[in-house]
Design a protein around this ligand. Structure first.
Ligand code: NAP
Length: 445
């Protein structure tokens, strides 16, 4: 791996130098072990500790197949799916690998006793498999996490509808939290030239998801002037939703749980902010009963901020805890667009507030290649910015995942893989200089 790294960081090296290097037999990776998938049985999910389940170890380099690339990973990031994998909740990811492995002899490569996790990367293409014409060794890339087979007609209008759609590094193996990763080349996109490796590794999954969920016609089709209620507005997804709302001429109403997070939203340009912790909303009286008075209090607060208006779009992902309130506060004809259920996936809401006022609930999941490409393009142009707050070495991925699990992080946290230190990989100093303040606004002091 050292020779590979030396060539990548040498400014005088040529793509052919990388292609000429022999592949190593093994690489360091963050893994889960199949024989530990029951280690947390009987422990409440919030008390499960990713540091106990995530290992950093040498694993064999996988065989490269048709349409694939091996990428030398300079940096990756922790997504919430890394938390779900590492706490084996709501199910063990080995079940996904087993199912994928049954599809073909090639997918059987993924069904192993270990799972290399991680759904983001910034790095350099090392090798491409047969049938790959567009991408070449030496190219600097980021990868989005949509893995599709596209053998069925269903996915050919929108690849998210492929029945064999999977999230790379979560439902497939050989993910990005490692020195090498195996991807399909239709996951690759150009690395934004003005960003460091670790900055470039952080937007991929959440930026693409927020773009589809809020902006795309496959999601909420946000328009200029829309009021958009954004839960977790300084978190992984929410900080991109906030940026998209502002960039698209909409009005974000940002919900956060601390003054520091409120300040982060202000730094992005948001003005209407609800600190849910300070204002003490209790949407549930007990485990089974919601409190419509609290929905009303929340709605009244939104109207106070907007000058009497309700929200056109609710950007939902906390799930059970907030969904009843989200349906209630959307305006007549408004849209609740959901991509997750962090606090519980059995949602309850009062359906009268949905049908009598003609609201819509839209399900949204990741993004197709085109949407991911558009979202990455906006990063590359310096119109949407990374939200990286902290950087961890590969060995401390467990701690990084624990911080995200405990909601102690801001924006996104990066992980250095092959990159020996922060700050490498910038190819466009002028564009960086222009946007340095925005790029750094989430950095923890
Ligand atoms: N379907 C997809 O393609 C997709 C893609 C990305 C993520 N996701 C899912 O989306 C969820 C969020 O991901 P993320 O990366 O944004 O995570 P994140 O970085 O942890 O941010 C989520 C934010 O939501 C807020 N939040 C958490 N629990 C809440 C609750 N009970 N009530 C109200 N607000 C709450 C928190 O903000 P405050 O504490 O400041 O309010 C937190 O910062 C996860 O479940 C993840 O798996 C799905």
């Amino acid at each position: 791996m050292k020779e590979i790294l030396d060539v990548i960081v040498d400014p005088g090296s040529q793509p052919a130098d990388l292609a000429a290097l022999p592949l190593p037999k093994s690489y360091r990776a963050v893994t889960l072990h199949r024989d530990e998938e029951h280690m947390f049985d009987g422990i409440e999910t919030r008390n499960r500790d990713p540091r106990k389940s995530l290992h950093v170890e040498e694993v064999p380099v996988p065989e490269l197949a048709w349409g694939e690339a091996l990428v030398a990973v300079m940096a990756s990031s922790v997504n919430y799916n890394t938390v779900w994998s590492s706490i084996f909740s709501p199910m063990s990811t080995f079940a996904f690998l087993k199912r994928y492995g049954k599809l073909s002899p090639l997918t059987a490569r993924h069904d192993l006793p270990y799972h290399v996790v991680g759904s983001d990367l910034a790095g350099v293409v090392l090798r491409t498999g047969p049938g790959v014409n567009v991408w070449k060794p030496g190219e600097e890339v980021v990868a989005h996490c949509l893995s599709v087979e596209l053998e069925s007609a269903d996915g050919h209008n929108d690849t998210m509808l492929d029945p064999e759609q999977r999230i790379w590094g979560f439902e497939t193996n050989f993910g990005g939290l490692a020195e090498l990763a195996l991807v399909k080349t239709n996951q690759l996109m150009p690395k934004p030239k003005h960003l460091t490796w670790e900055e470039a590794a952080t937007p991929g999954l959440v930026n693409s998801t927020a773009f589809r969920q809020l902006v795309s016609d496959n999601g909420a089709s946000m328009k200029q002037g829309h009021n958009v209620l954004i839960w977790g507005a300084s978190g992984g997804l929410g900080a991109y939703a906030t940026q998209y709302a502002l960039a698209g001429g909409a009005i974000p109403i940002c919900v956060v749980s601390s003054e520091h997070k409120a300040q982060l939203c202000r730094s992005m340009g948001a003005e209407l902010i609800i600190n849910r912790a300070a204002e003490g909303y209790q949407f549930w009286k007990d485990e089974h009963t919601q409190d419509p008075k609290e929905w009303k209090r929340f709605g009244a607060r939104i109207r106070e901020l907007t000058g009497g208006e309700d929200v056109d779009i609710v950007f939902e992902h906390p799930g059970r805890e907030t969904f009843g309130a989200s349906v209630y506060v959307a305006r007549r004809g408004g849209t609740i667009v959901t991509c997750a259920s962090t606090s519980g996936f059995i949602h309850e809401y009062d359906n009268r507030y949905l049908w009598m006022t003609l609201k819509r609930i839209i399900g949204s999941h990741f993004a197709n290649y085109r949407e991911a490409w558009q979202a990455n393009r906006l990063i590359a142009k310096g119109m949407i910015h990374p939200t990286m707050s902290a950087v961890y070495p590969l060995e401390e991925t467990g701690q990084a995942a624990l911080d995200v699990h405990r909601n102690l992080h801001h924006g996104k946290v990066a992980v250095l893989c092959l990159a020996p230190h922060e700050g490498l990989g910038v190819r466009d100093d002028l564009l960086r200089e222009k946007h340095l303040a925005q790029i750094n606004r989430f950095r923890n002091e």
